[in-house]
Ligand binder design. Structure first.
Ligand SMILES: [Zn+2]
Length: 94
């Protein structure tokens, strides 16, 4: 699945320039297809989504300089091990 900004796409479809053409049937066909595409977008289901947050693991050391944990750069949550996503805030780790 590819998530897109539907409102931006609708504006672009609405703004497609049609060159005045002597072929009236072709011009009307283009307008017809434009309306069909707009209707498809308006009738499409939406999904809940939020932007992906990116973070990285920061080595956490104790006062003796011993590595004791890994801290999420987004929420600062300390973790015993690294993973692809922060288990606390869901940030995608790079
Ligand atoms: Zn986090």
């Amino acid at each position: 699945m590819k998530l897109i900004d539907c409102n931006e796409t609708l504006r672009k479809v609405e703004q497609i320039p049609f060159i005045a053409n002597e072929n009236k049937a072709f011009h009307e066909g283009c307008r017809y297809m434009q309306k069909k595409v707009l209707r498809i977008f308006h009738e499409s289901k939406s999904v809940d989504a939020e932007p992906v947050r990116h973070g990285h693991w920061i080595d956490g050391f104790d006062t003796d300089g011993i590595l004791i944990d890994y801290d999420c750069s987004v929420c600062n949550m300390a973790n015993d091990e690294t993973s692809n996503y922060c288990p606390n805030c869901g940030a995608k780790m790079l």
